[in-house]
Design a protein around this ligand. Structure first.
Ligand code: MOS
Length: 742
């Protein structure tokens, strides 16, 4: 039955992507298209006293310069600008008024006949500011950071610090061995390859068709309606392909407002493409100062955990996730306390970035666990097995499944962990010190309501439609696989339509929830197709399926076939002919089972080898083994790619990535991918991915989603390996060679 699900199918959109046939937001062309170039604020805080567009308007080919003083009507209340994943606060409104909230804020859009003219003319816009004092350094706001209240219903809350358990202060004070440390992760930026862009096509009837780079077309469509006072039928948002989002496209970004605003103002089609430096004025992974304390009692049992975090957000919105509390999902401890404070800075609002809060929070936790293992003279894997938790410590619920023990076992075996000499600086390869480290990863396994429409034609072709997106993760492909199996059709007979706000409802693609949601959505709608075919098949005189109930039949090889007797079947074509139709269409919404009695998570065990040049301190991550438990794997090829990408990003987080701000000016100094370092091919060596068996019955297909688990734990595994290689514990990322020599 499951011919496609679980197999290593190549991406069905792969050829379109490598041949350039797949179009991105800035590649949809219409005659008479205009080009917008964004002017950004050069101060971090204050107000605009005057914008002089005179010289820009003089440039030949310039059509208009939009500013807060010269633009179409926009909504004047916060609610209108709240998108479906907006945090609490007052959302940023581009070109709204004279206030400057962060450096790099868009303050004008120059629209011209070519992008070159627009960009040149943007340089001619003169702005006078009234400056106010600004703060962009998290350490300068450390004492002014505001505590986040634990959510009222802590048991099921996704965000915010979990409730205290037991008496952690007392348990810590009484502990036989205590490990405390402060860890720091700087601001990081997503840096997807595709620049943020929107092409707003002004249709002859005055409606807008907008191609935008986004992870949620319906979120953007509703946002544009709110901000610009449009009716839903007046704007359609499309995003068939996305060149990487990683969370930066969960919320609508300002390029789409500017493109739509200009199109409405000029009644022309307008494209806005941000520059690479301008993309640093969008969201970012919040910098995080963390203090973790672990206490072990006289029997050698983990007995107390405290995790305090300070993260960064803007002055106008409170963005946070569940940065603390991952320990409660991973490890048994009777006493625990989590606090989380927000430092409000004169920056854009921080946002989700792959495994938001886990990539950072688990880095600190898993570094602290490694330090504790050293203090206890215990193997790091052994320590984790000793406090392994079969129940979510926050809720005391069991897991729907948790094959983490198997991840440790298989990962360690593949890596050769048993050969490790625990002594730091004990392993060498020529002039290199060799270090082996490990860490655990954890992420959520969520499912969201989603609607899927399937249209099946008599010739055995199915079109599967949903407004979800493929942000590069392989959604097109897994959707086709699931539909192929559920409808009993070859992959070539399936077409997938996504990334269009006019299609059936989907949440934004994020949180690793789309694979689970859309796959189960397809299964639900495929059932409805089957039921309809059965209804028609029964009407055939002497129908071989006359007495069959829906559950007795399945679609196999283009035929509705009895599960009990393969000789009893009716072909799709015959059933439709009987009904006098050549097409069956069904649209169903699938709701996740509200299973609040169990915890739903994915897990991983990450093992890393580093080689550190003893003289120079140069670090190379020479081997990584990531063993992942993520339920049923839909496609071993695309799933492996997801984990490989996560591991590569973890290497970047550990060794390279850091957004550097000159706090005197509130200015990001390395707003380009020459100076913002990410791993290059030469930084990536041997990475092995293992998926361990993990049957799970939380949803019909047993899927958990794995777009994010791959990065979690990697930075800690590398940091721990560096300690093992050098005997030097670096607690602030990235671990650069100067820190090793300090
Ligand atoms: Mo993901 S950070 O939810 O796109």
């Amino acid at each position: 039955m499951a011919a496609y699900i679980g197999s290593a199918i190549s991406r069905i959109d792969g050829i379109a992507k490598v041949t350039g046939a797949a179009k991105y937001a800035a590649e949809f062309n219409v005659p008479g298209l205009l080009y917008g170039s964004v002017v950004t604020a050069t101060i971090a805080k204050g107000r605009i006293v005057q914008i002089d567009s005179g010289a820009a308007m003089q440039a030949k080919g310039v059509i208009d310069v939009l500013t807060h003083k010269h633009r179409p009507q926009m909504a004047d209340n916060d609610q209108a600008y709240k998108d479906e994943v907006a945090p609490d606060g007052s959302p940023f409104r581009p070109l709204y008024d004279d206030k400057i909230k962060f450096k790099g804020q868009p303050i004008a859009l120059v629209v011209a006949e070519t992008s070159e003219i627009a960009r040149f003319a943007a340089s001619l816009v003169r702005v006078k500011y009234e400056q106010e004092g600004h703060l962009t350094d998290v350490f300068s706001r450390r004492d002014a950071a505001i505590p986040i209240k634990p959510p009222a219903n802590s048991a099921d809350a996704l965000f915010g610090p979990p409730k205290t358990r037991g008496n952690p202060e007392q348990a810590l004070a009484a502990s036989a061995v205590r490990q405390e440390g402060e860890y720091y992760v700087p601001i990081e930026h997503h840096n997807p390859m595709e620049l943020y862009a929107a092409t707003a096509i002004y249709e002859s009837d005055g409606k807008l068709t907008v191609y935008d780079k986004t992870q949620g077309v319906q979120n953007v469509q509703r946002y544009l309606c709110g901000a610009l006072g449009l009716r839903p039928e007046d704007v359609r948002v499309m995003s068939p392909f996305m060149g990487g989002g990683f969370g930066s496209g969960l919320r609508p970004q300002y390029e789409v407002v500017l493109a739509a605003l200009a199109a409405l103002a000029l009644k022309r089609s307008v494209r806005v493409v941000l520059t690479r430096p301008q993309m640093y004025g969008l969201g970012y992974r919040p910098a995080m100062i963390q203090n973790v304390a672990l206490g072990v009692n006289a029997s050698g049992i983990l007995d107390a955990i405290t995790h305090d975090a300070i993260t960064v957000t803007s002055r106008y919105e409170d963005f946070y996730r569940q940065e603390t509390g991952w320990s409660g999902l991973l490890y048994k401890s009777a006493n625990a306390k989590y606090t989380h404070k927000l430092a409000h800075l004169d920056l854009a609002t921080s946002c989700d970035m792959r495994a938001p809060s886990a990539a950072t929070g688990v880095y600190a936790l898993e570094s602290a666990m490694d330090e504790l293992a050293v203090a206890l003279d215990l193997d790091p894997v052994e320590l984790r097995l000793r406090c392994y938790s079969d129940r979510d410590q926050h809720t005391d619920h069991p897991y729907s499944s948790k094959a983490l023990r198997e991840c440790y076992r298989q990962g360690a075996a593949k890596f050769g962990w048993a050969e490790r000499n625990p002594e730091p600086r004990s392993m060498r390869d020529g002039t290199d010190l060799v270090g082996w480290g490990m860490a655990t990863g954890i992420w959520e396994a969520l499912q969201a309501p989603i609607s899927v429409r399937i249209a099946l034609t008599a010739n055995g072709h199915a079109e599967v439609a949903c407004a979800t997106s493929d942000i590069g993760t392989g959604t097109y492909t897994i959707m086709a696989q699931v539909a192929g199996d559920m409808l009993g059709l070859p992959l070539d007979n399936i077409s997938i339509k996504i990334g269009d706000s006019s299609l059936p409802q989907s949440p934004v693609e994020g949180g690793s929830w789309i694979a689970t949601s859309v796959a189960n959505g397809i299964a639900t709608t495929a059932d409805a197709i089957r039921d309809e075919l059965l209804r028609l098949a029964k009407r055939i005189p002497n129908s071989p399926l006359a007495n069959a109930a829906p559950d007795d039949v399945a679609l196999v090889h283009g035929k509705l076939t009895s599960k009990h007797d393969a000789l009893r079947f009716v072909s799709i074509a015959d059933a439709m002919r009987q009904g006098g139709v050549d097409r069956i269409e069904q649209e169903k919404t699938s709701e996740p089972a509200q299973d609040h009695t169990r915890a739903h998570n994915t897990h991983s065990a990450v093992f890393s080898e580093v080689k550190v040049d003893e003289q120079l301190g140069v670090i190379r991550v020479t081997r990584v083994v990531s063993a992942v438990a993520a339920g049923r794997i839909l496609n071993t090829k695309t799933a492996t790619s997801q984990i490989l990408g996560g591991v590569v990003w973890g290497i970047g987080m550990a060794l390279h990535e850091e957004t550097l701000i000159d706090h005197r000016f509130g200015r990001i100094m390395n707003a380009n991918i020459a100076e913002y370092h990410v791993p290059a091919n030469a930084d990536v060596h041997d990475i092995k991915v293992i998926f361990v068996e993990e049957p799970d019955d939380s949803n019909r297909l047993g899927i958990k989603g794995l777009g994010e688990i791959g990065i979690v734990g990697v930075a800690a595994a590398i940091a721990n390996a560096i300690y093992h290689a050098t005997g030097k514990r670096v607690r602030d990322l990235p671990i650069t060679l100067d820190k090793l020599r300090r």
